[in-house]
Design a protein around this ligand. Sequence first.
Ligand code: CUA
Length: 349
Amino acid sequence: MQFKLPLFPEQASSVAVQVDAFYLFLVLITTFFSLLVALLILFFVIKYRKRPGVEAEQIHGSTLLEIVWTVIPLGISMVIFVWGAVLYYHIENPPANALEIYGVGKQWMWKFQHPGGQREINTLHVPTGRPVKVTLISQDVIHDFFVPAFRVKTDVLPNRYVYSWFTPTVPGSYHLFCSQYCGTKHSAMIGEVIVQKPDDYAAWLASGKAEGSLASMGEKLFQEFGCGTCHRPDSGARGPSLQGLYGRPVRLSDNRVVVADDNYIRESILNPNAKIVSGFQPIMPTFQGVVSEEGLIQITEYIKHLSVQESEPLNNRTNPTELRDNEVPTIQQELQQGSQPAPTPGKKP
Ligand code: CUA
C-alpha cells in the first residue's frame, strides 16, 4: 500500500509500507468515529430539541443496542490488536539470514562495525534487498537508534544487546537519530544511513580499510587476554570449551539451562560468576573495564566463528549439555588433584 503525504518520511524499508498502512488504518478509523459521534450529537441536538407542546419520551434500556455497541468496538479492537501484534512480532524478530552489523552508542556518537572489520562513525552503509540486523549496545547511558525512513526505533541500553532490523528498499541517504535524551549534545547525536545497491555496497566494503575481519580481531584479543589458557577445546581445560558454543543451550551449576547468545557471552566475560557452567569452578577473573564494547563484540564474533567454522570431534554433538555432564567428573578430579591458580588477564597462553 503506497501513499504519499508530505508529513511522512520516505518509505525506504520493507516494513515502512506495512507500518504506514497500519497507521493509516488507525487514523481512518479514529477519524470515522470522531466524525460519527460529532455528527450524531449535532443531529440529536436538533431533532430532540425542546419544542412547545411536545412531551419528551423516556426510553429505558435496549439489549440489542447494548450488544451492538459492545460487539462492533470489540471486533475493531481485535483487528487492531491482531494486526499490531503480527507487525510487532515481525519487526522484533530479525530473520536468520540477515546481514549482521554491530553498533555502539556513546555520548554522543554512533560507532558501527561491519563483519569484515570496516568501521564507521555516525554513518552506516547498508545494501538494498536483504535484511540487515544491527546489534546495538550503549557504552554509557540509554540512547535510541531511530531511522524514520525505515520506521525502526530501538532503545539502546548499557549492559545489554538489543537488535534492530530492516530490509532497505530504496538507495539513498536517510537520517539516523538518537531519539532518547542522553545529555547536552543529544541533539547532535545524528548521522546518516547510506543505502546502496548490492554492487555499490560490495565496492564500498572493498574500499574500506579494515585491520581484518571482526572475528580475526576477536581472535587477537582472545590470545592477548590469554583466554585460550583455560578455554582449551579439550576436556582437561579449566574453563568450558567454546567450540560450537554459540547459540547452544548450556547447563549451569544450579541446573538452569540457558542459551549461549551474545548477552550470555558478554556477561560471562564481564561478570563470570553470574552464571557458572555445570561442572566448573568460579575461578575466572572479571574483564570489566579491560575489554571495550567493540572488543567484546569482536570476541563474541570470534566465538560465533568457532561454532561455524571449526567442529572438532569433541563438539560434534547434538546436545552439548549432555557431554558437559559427562565431562564433570574429569574436571572436578582435575581441580581436586592439583588446583592451579586462577589465570590473570593479560597472561599469555
Ligand atoms: Cu544519544 Cu540522545
